[in-house]
Design a protein around this ligand. Structure first.
Ligand code: SF4
Length: 288
């Protein structure tokens, strides 16, 4: 049996950078207690490791309610956050460690600029995702967010305004293209900014090839992770023998025993040690 691990699997540059920033914190010298706004990535193993370092997750609501002095340092995750949160931290004299991915910051700035210029903004992304919420906030909440065809068809764009189309960095490229074509069709003045990250592009391109070439595909990632879920959906649509697992413990070897070839892919939030455990399990069980 052939078992292939995609070279694009695992932490993207933005997540790696954020994780290293957090790992290198000297807990003896920074203001404590240290809190992180949400999960650094949607991966339980990473969350556990961070908690072991004394960094506890809090929600926006908890941050808003916290008294002055109750939080020493606040970590912003790679997904980014809106300007209102920085203002809350400033007022409460909380030190901020901002690990927002530079590529996400670029989209935030575009939203900000086009909001100031009074453009209609179409943000292609998942409404409930933190990254989208942050971009939306930087754009003064003027954007119309679309995540599927039905939302696209409900767009209301003033004919006398220019339109800017931007995207969540982990969006499905096909849907982004569809959204751009749709907006271009209903409005004469559209400016398109392809803000899908190269890490997303590379993985989505690769998973299509893997789904067609390999008999079985395993995508490692959390169902809470937008980019991992998209990889699974793309592969599943092309190859029904696609399995979505969070870690090695979710692999059902009995389902794989007759497979002729297996490709393994992992989302941008999946750490290397989780991928290694899956590979070790596959190689040990199939005695390769
Ligand atoms: S997927 Fe891209 S934009 Fe998102 S955190 Fe990773 S490198 Fe940054």
């Amino acid at each position: 049996m052939e078992i292939y691990l995609s070279p694009t699997a695992g932490f993207c540059d933005g997540v790696k950078r954020a994780y290293e920033m957090i790992e290198s914190l000297d807990m003896k010298t920074i203001a404590t207690p240290v809190r992180i706004l949400g999960n650094l990535v949607h991966n339980p193993d990473v969350v556990k490791k961070i908690e072991e370092n004394g960094i506890v997750k809090i929600s926006l609501e908890e941050l808003s309610k916290a008294e002055k002095g109750e939080i020493g340092t606040l970590i912003i995750t790679a997904h980014g956050i809106g300007p209102d949160v920085f203002e809350i931290a400033r007022k409460k004299k909380i030190t901020v460690i901002d690990t927002t991915c530079p590529r996400v910051i670029k989209v935030q700035r575009l939203a900000q600029v086009f909001a100031v210029r009074d453009y209609e903004i179409v943000l292609v992304g998942d409404k409930l995702h933190n990254e989208v919420e942050g971009i939306h906030a930087w754009g003064n909440r003027k954007a119309q967010i679309v995540s599927d065809r039905s939302e696209l068809e409900k767009l209301k764009l003033a004919p006398d305004k220019k339109v800017a189309v931007i995207s969540q960095t982990t969006q499905n490229e096909e849907f982004f293209r569809e959204a751009c074509a749709y907006v271009g069709h209903i409005h004469p003045q559209v400016e398109i900014f392809s803000t899908i990250c190269h890490a997303t592009h590379d993985r989505q391109t690769e998973i299509k090839k893997l789904a067609e070439k390999f008999e079985t595909v395993i995508v490692i990632g959390s169902p809470m992770s937008a980019n991992s879920t998209r990889l699974y959906e793309i592969s599943q649509a092309l190859n029904p023998r696609t399995f979505f697992v969070e870690n090695a413990s979710e692999i059902k070897l009995a389902e794989l025993k007759d497979a002729k070839s297996i490709a393994v892919m992992a989302g941008a939030s999946t750490p290397s040690w989780v991928i290694q455990e899956v590979m070790d399990l596959l190689f040990s069980d199939f005695k390769l």
